[in-house]
Ligand binder design. Structure first.
Ligand SMILES: Cc1cc2nc3c(=O)[nH]c(=O)nc-3n(C[C@H](O)[C@H](O)[C@H](O)COP(=O)(O)O)c2cc1C
Length: 152
């Protein structure tokens, strides 16, 4: 049977909600990743900006899950400064040789679909994603902007 893992990074809980729903729907494993850097409150927000701008490394807490054990990874993350959130970018770079197939779920505040991000992530992972879901969120609400299935 195909083994799928949902990996998520969530600062305030929106991406977590979407990730846990996906894992429940697929009845698959999930893994939360986080950075050791403070991301909470006003000071934390500036740390996020620094990490996004490459001025601070998004060092991750260690995790036990072996990514190469899975056939497919569903990457679920918020968008920071028009890119996937820095801790998730760090995870993707770190695990790029261990990810065989991928889907992306991106959560964002602005009403953009951020269709450019999947192509960037595909380049790092050297694969073509199988599905991309773009979800606008804020004030406790979710709005699925679109689901994209790229041509093979
Ligand atoms: C540092 C930072 C940068 C952000 N940049 C963007 C952005 O460029 N575009 C956007 O739509 N939302 C942006 N947001 C909003 C988040 O994407 C949105 O609040 C997020 O999806 C919340 O998910 P989370 O609580 O699971 O982290 C940014 C948020 C932070 C903290």
């Amino acid at each position: 049977m195909e083994k799928t893992l949902v990996v998520y990074y969530s600062r305030k809980g929106y991406a977590e909600k979407a990730a846990l729903q996906a894992a429940k729907d697929l009845n698959c494993d999930f893994l939360e990743i986080d950075t050791i850097e403070n991301t909470a409150g006003y000071g934390g927000f500036f740390n996020c900006i620094k990490m996004s701008a490459g001025k601070k490394e998004a060092i991750l807490f260690p995790y036990d899950t072996v990514i190469s054990d899975y056939d497919k990874i569903i990457i679920c993350s918020s968008v920071w400064m028009g890119d996937v959130a820095a801790p998730m970018k760090e995870f993707i770079k770190k695990e790029r040789h261990n990810i065989k197939r991928a889907e992306y779920i991106l959560l964002h505040g602005f009403p953009d679909s951020y269709e450019n991000i999947p192509a960037e992530l595909d380049k790092i992972l050297r694969l073509k994603h199988e599905k991309f879901t773009s979800i606008q969120c804020g004030l406790g609400k979710f709005h699925k902007v679109q689901e994209f299935f790229p041509e093979k």
